[in-house]
Write a protein that binds this ligand. Structure first.
Ligand code: PGA
Length: 240
């Protein structure tokens, strides 16, 4: 299966910085050993779309509302992202769950909408440190997948990202053993639910730990935050 290297830019970069990044990145993009997908902030999607025209580099929004239009002030439409050329929508990132109160039920509606539009949901799951230490990781991931995929179409594309909350933006990466064990669990849970999906790892992925992580079982690529903001570090990760 082809690997996927996804970049989550969160609330960083202006449209001008987005264009400058892609101008430099396009020079080195052919070194990547898998598909490349960028998630700029919503207000930079148009800059990304223009910059990436005519390339194989894909992009998507970091979130969307569960309806395509209506009286929903401040929300973003997956249909609009699609019209701009997006192929993916990131759903249920831990920052959405923790800071903005997204529930598994809201996430399930978003996954279903994204699939119905012919876009690919990149569904994020992951346990907190407390949950890992109290040995609840498997149960938490199972619940997030069960509920988050409750309305999903098994025949349509889906990508899952396992991102332990304690490893996101902390510099504290999961060990290769933890990644091997947890990705195997996620694969088993998905299979039990009738889904088959590439499973990306996310959480402090850097050029110096990427090679060790990508060689673990059921790791189909990465979702990278901090290290995706610079051309050099991201292409190093995407060329493992
Ligand atoms: P990080 O972020 O690589 O900066 O830890 C990953 C993510 O939030 O997707």
């Amino acid at each position: 299966m082809k690997k996927i290297f996804a970049a989550n830019w969160k609330l960083f970069k202006t449209p001008q910085e987005t264009r400058a990044f892609f101008q430099a990145f396009k020079e080195v993009a052919n070194k990547a050993t898998g598909d490349l997908v960028f998630f700029p902030s919503a207000l930079c999607l148009e800059a990304a779309s223009n910059s990436l025209q005519g390339t194989k580099i894909q992009f998507g929004a970091q979130n969307c509302f569960s309806q395509v239009q209506g009286a929903f002030t401040g929300e973003n439409s997956a249909q609009t992202a699609k019209d701009m050329g997006a192929q993916y929508i990131l759903i249920g990132h831990s920052e959405r769950r923790q800071i903005f109160g997204e529930t598994d039920a809201m996430i399930a509606d978003k996954v279903a909408l994204v699939q119905s539009l012919g876009l690919i949901p990149l569904l994020c799951i992951g346990e907190t440190l407390n949950e890992r230490e109290s040995k609840h990781t498997y149960r938490i991931l199972e619940t997030q997948l069960q509920l988050g995929l409750a309305k999903a179409d098994k025949a349509k594309p889906l990508v899952v990202a396992y991102e332990p909350v304690w490893a996101i933006g902390t510099g504290k990466v999961a060990t290769q053993e933890q990644v091997a064990e947890t990705h195997t669990d996620v694969q088993t849970i998905l299979k039990g639910l009738g889904f088959s999906a590439p499973i990306l790892y996310g959480g402090s992925v850097k050029p110096d730990n990427a090679a060790g992580l990508i060689s673990q079982p059921h790791v189909s690529g990465f979702l990278v935050g901090g290290a995706s903001l610079e051309v050099d570090s991201f292409i190093k990760i995407a060329s493992v």
